[in-house]
Structure formats: C-alpha cells, structure tokens
Write a protein that binds this ligand. Sequence first.
Ligand SMILES: [Zn+2]
Ligand SMILES: [Zn+2]
Ligand SMILES: [Zn+2]
Length: 335
Amino acid sequence: MTDGTPPPELRRDPITSNWVILAAGRSKRPHAPAAARVQKGRQQRDCPFCEGRESETPPEICACRTCEGHDCPGWTIRVFPNKFPILTRTAPTANRNQAADPDRRPAAGSHEVIVDSPFHNLTPWEIGRDQVLAMLQMYRDRILAYRSDALVEYVHIIRNHKAGGAASQEHPHSQLFGLPFIPPMIDSELSGFEGEWSTEAACLMCDIIRDEEGNESRMVDANDSFVAFSPFASRLPYETWIVPREHQQRFEDCGDLDSMAELMTGLLNRYRTQLGDPPFNYWIHTYPLHGESRPFHWHLEIMPRITVPGGLEMGAGVWVNTVAPEDAATALRKK
Ligand SMILES: [Zn+2]
Ligand SMILES: [Zn+2]
Ligand SMILES: [Zn+2]
C-alpha cells in the first residue's frame, strides 16, 4: 500500500477460532451527521407500538407501569407476543410429513416484542440510564420466566436498530426468541470456552478482559463491574462487546444491571453522536436455560451495520472488517 494504510491482516477469534480479515484500507470512518434530538413525547400515527394503541397488539404479557391497568396507556416498557411470530407456544402437533421425518417438526417456542420506550422517536439510551436499566431488568425477568419451561432451550434477546438493522417497526423495541434448540453460535462459543477451560482451568473471557485492560488499545469504556471493548477479531467496523468483570455464566444472574445500564447508555449515545447513529444489532450471548456444567461467560455484542456482508461472509463465514478495532475503540472511547 502506498498511502500509509496497513496491509490486510488475518486475526483469529479466541473463542470461536474463526478467522476475520482486517482490511482497513478499504473504507474511511463514517462521518454522517448525528441525528438531531427531537422533543420527547412525539407519537406516530398508525404505529401499533405507540402509547394509546394497545388494542392493536396482542394482549400484553407484562409491563412497567406508572399506574394500575392492563393493555392501556401509562407504561414505560411493554411486552407482548409478536403478532407475526416465527415460533409459537401453541404449535400444532406434528403433521403427517413432520412425524415421518426426524428433520422436520412444528416451530414450537416463543417470540415476544419488548417495546422499551414509550416514545416513538426516542430510544431508551436517549431517554436516559433509568430507562436502559428498566429495559435490562425486563430482559432479565423475561429470561427468568422461561427457566422452568421445558419447551425452550435458549432465550435469545436482540435489538434491531433502524431499518438498516432489519427493524420492521420504527418505534424502539427489542425482541425475545424462545428457541427449542441451542443456536449454532452459542454452541460454537460453548466449545470455545470448554477448550480453554480444559487446558488452563481458567475462563477464556476473564483472560480476555485482563488482556484488554492491560493493553488498553481496544478498550472503549469501563466501570467497577463492566468493561466495553472492540474485540481483537472484530467482524464488522465498530463491533463492541460489553462484558461483566465478575465471572458469570448467565446474564439473568447479574446482580449489578445498574452498572451495565450506565456503561451501555454512554456507549450507545456515542454511536449516535460520534458515528452518526448507524443502524446496528445487539444481542446477549448467555448460557442455555437448562444445566450449568459447561464453562461460559455471558456478554452483549453490538454489531453496527455500516458495511453490508457479502458472498465471502455469507458463503464462507469469513468476515472482512474495514476498520481496525484499535481505530474503532479510539473513535468510541469516552471523551
Ligand atoms: Zn410508535
Ligand atoms: Zn469468566
Ligand atoms: Zn458471543
């Protein structure tokens, strides 16, 4: 390269052992202007997630409310089954084709919508830390509600932010998928943690936290209970992980969501102010619901959607990242 950009580099993820290709010369840091703050309280006509339109969603499962009631205004967070679920609790019994084929079965599970802002035009992190805390507490409570559910093996909680992050509704919301199997990425991480555990009798993620704090170049933010960093083998530009310092298998056992809310609020607002509010997805990787014998250390992964995965990513599982995680951390670090 003649313009001073480093040549592409291969990096292997320490947990999954997957290779990514850092090709920093292929793009420049985005500098889209940050979205202007708008006045709180704006509601959108025809949005079924807005306050006052509760009758347009399935009946609520639970809610954080400032007043008594059910399926009525006065909530700050509201949870209900997805109107167009990809998995259903009352899945029909297997039809003749499914019964005859071990590789087919009814899509039994659950699919919930967590509307985590009462405002159509304000995300929880724009409202503030207390709203993010209430959202995280709702995530925890919903996972706990599935602990005794024999049908569901894994609870996957996600956010798709903006249409570019695959959000089908503009109103801020998260989703919960109660899966009747352990998803492949969790399976792969469980194997990764296990490999390390068996050789060194230590937790791989606890080691990663120590390394990142010692090295500092990929650290984004930290407080007494949590760290946020750009992972060594980041798959996409500005990928960030939020990880508890204390070794914990499960998100729902975390006793200090307040510290997580503090760190997450600051970080997501910096995506907004310093990167121009790109679309993103985040998800929690936690231990499966049942059993506890395998090593794991839960974490939240944020994946901005600044570049579009192509045939190499989708066809070969090889990610090309055009922003070095060290540069991403510098851009996202608390000023
Ligand atoms: Zn709305
Ligand atoms: Zn650990
Ligand atoms: Zn993970």
